[in-house]
Design a protein around this ligand. Structure first.
Ligand code: TYC
Length: 108
């Protein structure tokens, strides 16, 4: 809400009022399935870039393999975009077509 101060209407001083602290929007980093990227590479990506345990990494990789896509992690925008860039660069450097994208979480 924006308003002029009651003591100073002529000078059009404005106060920005917000009832709650703003939280940053969060983004999902999604892994997309393909036919060529090795399963072991995807598991390594989940462990190294998304800090998953070996067991969780295996489960997420298999879910992506079966269902077509899956969430690797949820982060603020800059962190999500950095992970997308790092993982994409690593996959390309190995010659793999792995696709990684970030999408905003629905607003709660
Ligand atoms: N489908 C791949 C294979 O059979 C494995 C894979 C899983 C690839 C997840 C990408 O995001 C991915 N080798």
């Amino acid at each position: 809400m924006t308003r002029r101060t009651p003591t100073d209407p002529q000078h059009q001083t404005q106060i920005l009022e917000r009832s709650e602290t703003q939280r940053p929007r969060l983004y999902r980093v999604l892994l997309l399935n393909d036919d060529y990227t090795p399963m072991e590479f995807v598991v390594m990506v989940l462990e190294r870039y998304f800090r998953k345990s070996a067991g969780d990494a295996e489960m997420i990789m298999l879910a992506v393999h079966r269902k077509g896509q899956g969430v690797a992690g949820v982060y603020t925008r800059e962190v999500a975009e950095t992970k997308v860039a790092q993982v994409t660069q690593h996959a390309r450097s190995e010659g793999y077509p792995l696709r990684v994208v970030a999408e905003p979480e629905p607003t709660p």
